[in-house]
Design a protein around this ligand. Structure first.
Ligand code: GAL
Length: 680
């Protein structure tokens, strides 16, 4: 088992009535006659729902006319929920401005990259940079905070909803120019760092600089993403500044993000938020890619490096795939437990009950239009019953990993601007490294390149394409202090301005590696990769490596392919004291990467908590200084048996302590290293 851990956690809810593990739903009381509320809340209570999120699209009900507020209905909705032991997260409604606002102030509407102004009727039609819109957003958030900032049943705030749409309106353009001026100081510095002699791009002043998100100088494209990031950050601050003075500090502030979405750098945006929360929707199908979803949970946990919330997830199906297949019976519960296993302290279903009309009539719900439970209600009720049993055991616990994967937005953006090999999707590449790590180490962190790496035995940076000197210095120090670092292909190719590192990859780490990339090749077929006792292949991307230090060893080399790659090094490694640096120059096949991962884990002395668990049983561990809680999720459609390294006590099931567990198809087991009182 893992050693004792003392990492922090986020028990975000501080409310006498709120259990530590929360089941919640998105509820839209504004869509229903008040006389029906109690009926709905009674059914929520019967499903062990203890949390609702309300308000995030209800601006026209909160402020029906400019400066005229109506919060009475919200007072009553919160009080009604409280009578059913349900606490509330309030959404600020800024993702859906009212029609009076956009009609009177059309300059608040967002403008697409090709210059078209949005109109009313959908949502997210505002400009995130509009000074006027921000004034309105500040005012509505402030009015809400004055009204609910001390409401004991309001546990937190969600700002807006799923930040996503950037805007190219005049405000945004002027702010981008000012942002560039601040970053570069003067136009000469920008010209030098962007290398604008290329294609006669040289600028005389900042106003000349185009505002584009595509087909532009790679430096401009990267800076636009950074500007968008800073703009969402200041968009958050605008509302946080409105809420804080009027709200109890116990009320957290968050926003709901979207998995791998790369519209902004989520690490920067989270700097100003109290907890991370994300919306967990999966690809269409009866099952889900649980390893991808595991990685997305780990990603969300990495934003604040503490427990997080699943602010939305699907009650079986959504309405926005081409064909909206419902998750097989049992998979909704399996997903809820996966979230908890990775550090979620709340799981909320979107949505409780379909609106009587509107764009999402077909979306999955817990109640039908007639107000009676639909079949998945029972499964979610089971989740609620589980949470009630396991909450006390899991309170204060968090996953603790010895290995980390680095997710870096600069690098992902830079590769996506210039893929060079169409299939080089940086997220798919990150997951290629994550999958075997997850299978073999079982508990994995996904963190920013700026995170402290202290305590990790192994760190893998799948495609750290943009590598600044400061970041390289941090990674070098990690290796020198005994850490094991693995860099994937395309790492260290670019500097902070998305320009080429003149010394070649891995740029400022080339001297540490004692080797570098001599040339890269986009592949349209596989290339053999061989080692002393190893055989496999590379796809999509292959780099011809070159050894530059006698201490650097070739781990694998290419077989016969395009002539250039024949017999050339594909993977290099160098020991530095107790640490090591390894450079993987190709997108390797899964089997080969699996075996290499095993060797890295062995070298770094990483041990899985449950070695030998079946591959389709997910092993999650949350712990604190007192105990470890193992969560096992059988993703297979057949039963599985799992041996435990020591005797553990079942939390969900009645039964004696044991060192073996049987799992039904899609079955879940929660096991405590301490004796569970209920089983005594
Ligand atoms: C989310 C959104 C919700 C709802 C849901 C449907 O992206 O935040 O408001 O639209 O999708 O799946």
């Amino acid at each position: 088992m893992l050693a004792f851990v003392t990492t922090t956690h986020a028990q975000a809810t501080r409310h006498a009535d709120a259990p530590p593990l929360l089941l919640g739903v998105a509820w839209y009381p504004e869509q229903w006659p008040e006389a029906q509320w109690d009926h709905d809340l009674t059914l929520m209570q019967a499903a062990h729902v203890h949390l609702v999120r309300i308000g995030e699209f209800a601006w026209s009900r909160m402020e029906p006319r400019e400066g005229v507020y109506d919060f009475g209905w919200m007072d009553r909705a919160i009080a009604a929920a409280a009578r059913h032991h349900i606490v509330v997260v309030l959404g600020t409604p800024t993702a859906a401005p009212p029609a009076w606002l956009t009609q009177k102030y059309p300059d608040t509407l967002r403008v697409s990259e090709d210059g078209v102004r949005d109109e009313h009727g959908n949502r997210q039609q505002f400009s995130f940079a509009s000074t006027r819109y921000r004034r309105f957003a500040h005012d509505i958030a402030e009015q809400m905070a004055k009204r609910f900032g001390h409401n004991p049943d309001v546990v937190g705030w969600q700002l807006d909803n799923e930040y996503a749409a950037d805007s190219f309106d005049p405000d945004a353009k002027a702010q981008f120019h000012a942002w560039l001026q601040h970053r570069y100081g003067g136009i000469d510095a920008l010209n030098r760092r962007w290398a604008t002699a290329y294609w006669s791009q040289t600028y005389d002043n900042f106003e000349q600089i185009p505002v584009r998100a595509d087909h532009e100088n790679p430096a401009l494209l990267l800076d636009w993403k950074r500007f968008v990031t800073d703009t969402w950050r200041s968009y958050s601050i605008n509302q946080i500044d409105a809420i804080h003075p009027h709200a109890d500090p116990r009320q957290f502030i968050t926003t709901n993000t979207m998995g791998w979405f790369d519209g902004f750098d989520a690490y920067t945006v989270h700097q100003v938020l109290d907890i991370a929360a994300w919306d967990d929707y999966v690809d269409a199908g009866e099952d889900y890619d649980w390893v991808d979803n595991a990685a997305r949970h780990d990603l969300a946990r990495g934003y604040k490096r503490r427990n997080f919330w699943v602010m939305e997830t699907q009650p079986g199906s959504v309405n926005w795939h081409a064909t909206n297949v419902t998750l097989r019976k049992g998979v909704v519960r399996d997903m809820a437990w996966q979230a908890v296993g990775h550090g979620a302290d709340a799981v909320e279903y979107w949505q409780w009950r379909a609106a009587p009309n509107g764009q999402e009539e077909y979306h999955g719900t817990l109640l039908g239009a007639d107000g009676t439970p639909v079949p998945v209600y029972r499964e979610i009720q089971q989740v609620g019953a589980d949470f009630a049993k396991a909450g006390a055991v899991l309170a204060g616990t968090t996953p603790h990993a010895e290995v980390a994967v680095i997710n870096d937005f600069d690098g992902r953006w830079a590769i996506n601007f210039q893929r060079h090999a169409a299939n080089f999707d940086p997220v798919a590449e990150l997951k290629a490294f994550y999958r075997p790590l997850r299978a073999q180490a079982q508990v994995v962190d996904v963190v920013s390149v700026h995170a402290s790496l202290d305590g990790y035995k192994l760190v893998i940076a799948p495609a750290l394409n943009v590598l600044t000197d400061a970041e390289a210095a941090q990674l070098k120090a990690y290796v020198e202090q005994g850490g094991h670092l693995v860099l994937g292909p395309r790492s260290g190719m670019k500097n902070a301005d998305n320009g080429l590192q003149p010394q070649g990859q891995p740029g400022p780490l080339a001297s540490v590696l004692g080797g570098r990339v001599a040339q890269f090749y986009a592949l349209d077929k596989t290339v053999p990769v061989v080692g002393a006792a190893e055989q496999g292949s590379a796809k999509i991307w292959a780099e011809q490596l070159q050894v530059e230090s006698p201490q650097t060893q070739v781990v694998l080399h290419y077989g016969k392919s395009n002539g250039w790659l024949d017999d050339q090094p594909a993977v290099l490694t160098r020991q530095l004291g107790k640490g090591s640096i390894t450079y993987v120059g190709a997108w390797l096949d899964d089997g080969l990467l699996d075996r290499l991962t095993a060797s890295w884990l062995q070298e770094a002395d990483v041990h899985a908590p449950l070695p030998g668990a079946p591959q389709d049983v997910e092993v999650c561990v949350r712990g604190d200084a007192r105990h470890q809680v193992v969560i096992l999720i059988n993703h297979a459609a057949a039963a599985r048996r799992v041996s435990l390294p020591s005797t553990m006590w079942p939390v969900l099931a009645k039964g004696a302590a044991s060192n073996e567990v049987s799992l039904e198809p899609n079955g879940v087991a929660v096991l405590d290293s301490r004796e569970v009182a209920a089983n005594r």
